[in-house]
Design a protein around this ligand. Structure first.
Ligand code: FRU
Length: 502
């Protein structure tokens, strides 16, 4: 492998030292975006003492550059600090701040290792902390937990949203292989409302890190409610995702979430976008999503073989929207527009036919990561159309990651079988697919390539793949390829991206 810091993301948040997993407590307050995250400070030997989760913390004014802050929440006598959310309590409904200085509330899961060691079911309850100084210091609420365990083993990862029509806060949280909803006037007292998910979605493992929010359908005034729920599958079969986030689009009436959707839909088909949630209180009603860019399946093994003193990163922040397609409502993701501020030198590619292999990197006079590719392909379904076409990132060691559309099977495919210098995990070396039926003969692919990750937004953000890689040398060769026919590259922009401050 390369030296650890060579794998340090350049356009993504990563912890300076120690472990990072789920994003927690995403909130916008007074000009700042707060990103908390599941964090274990490594011990003096750089080892990972599993358990003892904290909330790491960072702030940003632009979603790009991050300033590391002191740990926001550390374990106490009630347990470790598992995942949760923050909300800006702007009307001081909790009474924990003042009207002039409304508090930020953090609602999180306490995981009690003592109860776990005793084999008790009630290991997880919900606690609250607050800040009245713009997230600089945090005080745990004296009467924690605010929501004790009702006798459910998996009872965690609270997410809170304001529901104005019923004038209350709504909490959604994991309840086994489903979610529960609770309501509260003040975030301190919670009343059970309902459950959702027993007859919908994937049940290969417990649901984790749910989120619930209203979102407008593109091109209309219609508001739908979106429910996110991550799910871990420890008995993975090759074509199933191991850690992935499903979504449901439906309605929420202040008590029940309902959805007509019957298919299981995924926000991302890659292997490295898990436990993602959205920012509370973001300006202009934007719904900005950030996931953990790694996977429980191999993050610890990867760290030992590659990054050593740190682990994990955040996905590039994505703005979510809803489209109404022939199949029903679908979620779209695209990199937040702040990305434009990172753009540097750019190359415009001429309109050209792609037959077999075209090496783009020869025409790009700057580093191949971080880099943004914005390519529009034409003739993807016509008479000369290839059976497969796509993009390959590779080095001269024979390592690569490729992404393609398979026209016969009608699916996207990412091949990451040869993308790590050390084979630290079998499931890491995987092929991932996403079914998709193109609606026209043209398709836009946007790709963010960092030194150790790729994020593909295809079909206008309907299909997303996020995958990390750990090659022995940088992937500095970029190729377009076709098999059994050709496509036309109608438009192509390749742009260097500046490294963020983090
Ligand atoms: C998801 C998760 C959460 C839990 C946290 C613990 O990755 O398992 O359900 O709160 O991680 O770190």
């Amino acid at each position: 492998p390369q030296p650890p810091e060579n794998y340090r993301p350049r356009i993504h948040f990563s912890p300076a030292k120690g472990w990072m997993s789920d994003p927690n407590g995403l909130v916008y307050y007074d000009g700042e975006y707060h990103l908390c995250y599941q964090h274990i400070p490594f011990d003096e030997n750089g080892n990972l003492p599993w358990g003892g989760m904290h909330w790491g913390h960072a702030v940003s004014r632009d979603l790009l550059n991050w300033q590391h802050m002191p740990i926001a929440l550390a374990p106490d006598s009630l347990g470790y600090i598992f995942s949760g959310c923050c909300v800006a309590d702007l009307n001081n409904t909790s009474g924990l701040g003042t009207a002039a200085d409304p508090p930020i509330l953090a609602i999180f899961t306490y995981y009690d290792p003592v109860a776990a060691a005793q084999g008790r079911i009630e290991t997880q309850s919900q606690g609250l902390a607050y800040s009245i100084d713009r997230g600089r210091t945090w005080t745990k609420y004296a009467a924690n937990p605010v929501l004790p365990n009702p006798g459910i083993a998996d009872f965690r990862d609270p997410h809170i949203v304001r529901h104005e029509p019923s004038g209350q806060w709504i909490m959604v949280l994991t309840a086994g292989k489903a979610v529960r909803f609770y309501g509260s006037p003040d975030c301190l007292h919670w009343e059970y409302l309902s459950e959702f998910g027993h007859d919908r979605g994937s049940h290969v493992g417990p649901w984790e890190c749910p989120d619930l929010f209203p979102l407008r359908v593109e091109g209309s005034k219609e508001i739908k409610w979106v429910l996110l729920a991550s799910v871990v599958n420890f008995t993975e079969t090759p074509d199933k995702l191991a850690t992935a986030t499903q979504y449901f689009i439906g309605d929420f009436d202040g008590k029940h979430f309902t959805s007509e959707q019957t298919d299981t839909l995924w926000i991302d088909y890659g292997k490295d976008n898990y436990a993602g949630i959205t920012f509370d209180n973001a300006p202009d009603d934007r719904r900005i999503f950030v996931g953990w860019m790694h996977s429980h399946q191999y993050a610890a093994a990867a760290q030992g073989h590659t990054t050593q003193s740190w682990s994990g990163a955040a996905t590039f922040p994505r703005e979510l929207s809803i489209v109404r397609s022939a199949d029903g409502y679908r979620l779209k993701s695209k990199p937040v527009r702040e990305l434009e501020r990172l753009r540097g030198r750019s190359v415009k590619l001429k309109r050209q036919k792609i037959n077999r292999t075209a090496t783009l990197s020869d025409r790009i006079p700057f580093d191949k990561a971080p880099i943004e590719l914005d390519l529009t392909f034409d003739g993807i379904d016509g008479p000369d159309a290839p059976s497969r076409y796509g993009i390959r990132l590779r080095n001269d060691l024979g390592e690569y990651v490729s992404m393609e559309y398979d026209r016969k099977k009608r699916l996207f495919r990412v091949d990451r079988t040869q993308a790590a210098a050390v084979r630290f995990s079998d499931p890491f070396a995987s092929v991932q697919t996403a079914p998709y039926e193109p609606e026209t003969g043209t398709m836009r692919w946007r790709l963010l390539v960092d030194v150790a990750s790729m994020e593909l937004f295809a079909a206008d953000g309907r299909i997303v793949f996020t995958d990390v890689f750990f090659p022995g040398k940088p992937f500095d060769i970029i190729e377009l390829f076709t098999e059994g026919g050709n496509v036309t590259l109608k438009k192509g922009d390749v742009t260097a991206l500046e490294t963020i401050r983090c």
